[in-house]
Design a protein around this ligand. Sequence first.
Ligand code: MEV
Length: 421
Amino acid sequence: MSNEHWSHGFYRLTPEQRRQILAEHYQLSQADQEYLANHATALGNDLVENYITDYSLPEGVVTGLVVNGKNYTLPLVVEEPSVIAAANNGAQRIAKSGGFYAEEPSRALVGQVVIDHVQDPAAKVAWLKNQEAKLIEIANAAHPSMAKRGGGAKQVRIRQVGRFISVDLLIDVCQAMGANTVNTMAEAVAHYLSENGNNVVTAILSNYATDSLQTVTCKVDYPALATKQMDGELVAKRIADLSDLAQVDPYRAATHNKGIMNGIDAAVIASGNDWRAIESGAHAFASRDGHYRGLSTWQVTNSQLEGKMTLPMPVGVVGGSIGLNRLTKLNYRLSGIKSSQELAAVIVSLGLAQNLAAIRALATTGIQAGHMKLQYRSLAISVGAKQAEIDPLVEKLSQQSHVDQKIAKQLLATIRKGDSQ
Ligand code: MEV
């Protein structure tokens, strides 16, 4: 069905008018129309174009995430049923052995101004090096309030990449997410370079945030890893094998890292930060030596399993939608996190906890045992189980060799019959 006749100028309409048009064009039921209208917010309309409603995701918390001796309750926003359960599992196992140690992170964002069509690259690099103080001055003049707060452009790094020369501005954005600040500064520098005869290809923040690295480590005692069938030392060795595998096989590394990002994305979303930026930075960092590898490593020592992870984590605690979204603000009340450094430390720790839970499951029972219980809950809810019926139905479903909606409905009927007898 063509939408040509109504899509033009759609952005000029109110959310109500947009919903009305969509409802007519796609023949939405009255109930669907009400759902869209009831979930719409003024903030959503202020934030995005062509707004029609808010899309909600479940939020839960990780409790007992211990980082640098402090016990955190960390909100996570995610749709995948097993993620928060796994995060809690990993965090609590690691807390039993003292929790995470997070190093003081580096924290600068990179604004890239790239030029090309350079006749004499060596002479151009020399000219740019001579201009460094001027470029920093121009960048800071474009956003004076950042410099007043002690931040701003601090350093220029010049890189030759193929036929291009990248002028990287290292910018301290204080406690902010900072993308807009960086882009403003980069564009000001680009303008100056263009005026001085350079062909500017682009001026933009780089999401490869190698100047905002956060390292966390943890040591887990063997007993905290044991299952009923397997002693902790064997589990630790199998986890270390999985870690080695993720270092050499990109197929496994991508999944290993997906498990880490399960927790990290969920925490980044709950903190109001840009999770796409964190994702792209993480995967670029995973390929930093030209081979895509697991972001975390696990090693067996005398009586412990030692985990380590370094990630770019250029998050902020102010800016973007953080101050606008009520739930985001409330999430900071729950976590008690006050600075971008603290947020980075907690999020990377959470990622390592998430990773431990996933690979411990892989090293022992396999992932499906835990996953299926949670999938059964979703299935139970989808066939109409009421609160009190969910647990008994999950129990019955987990005894079946095969489950589907039909079987779930039949089992629910059996439970209800039993209740009424
Ligand atoms: C599933 O969302 C994440 C895992 O596949 C991660 C992993 O394999 O390490 C379980």
